[in-house]
Design a protein around this ligand. Sequence first.
Ligand code: SER
Length: 266
Amino acid sequence: MNVLDKEAILNIIRSNEVTHFYHLAAILSAKGEQNPSKAWEVNMKGLLNVLECSVECKIDRLFFPSSIAVFGEGVDKNLTAQDSVLKPTSVYGISKAAGENWCNYYFEKYGLDVRSLRYPGIVGHQTLPGGGTTDYAVDIYYAAIKKSHFNCFLKKDTALPMMYMDDAIRATIELMEADGGRLQVRTSYNLQGMTFTPEEIYESIKKLQGDFTIDYQPDFRQEIADSWPSKLDDSAARKDWDWQPEYDLEKMTVEMYSAILAKQQN
Ligand code: SER
């Protein structure tokens, strides 16, 4: 289904009697910079279609993923507060910052129960990443297993907020199942899992594969990464719906490495 096709969205909601809607379609940060107007159209028009359809079909609950990309200059990068100023530097970030405000608007104006998280970089083995600045943290596992070598497109000390897929899915479901009366944030909740640099993830993989080597060849994505925080203050999420991450870097690496190894051997 094309998220730009409003009729198609309406048909799917109606024919499946959808009550809870998870709207994940978007063009990510790095890809978005290559075609800004397309990224804006998919991310904004897509969201507006979903918001309109949700009201028209009286959807019970809608989920919208925001991102660390909403932040830019003017925040404390070492612990970015929930209510920090939003000065995104990428088209993707601009679309997510605007999207959060649209969600809040639909909540206030139409009573639509829309809930949102500012995802960090998500690391998982189920699918290959597509077009994000944090993608290196997935690619690195495949490169280790396939070639014992990785060319990293970020500098070795670029610390970014990250999260293992299992934590991200659990956070999403927990927010969607939370008591709406406790939710104070209807733009988007800061969400923190772990923070690491390329060098730290490399070291964690090297413990499992001693011959693994790495080179650093930063490209245009370095500038995007440099504009983002390294850690978010997610105390509002912890307070309002009891958020608690379970994975740290070591635990994630053990799972990622063995899952991808098993996939490559089959
Ligand atoms: N993972 C996303 C990206 O890199 C950030 O939300 O674009």
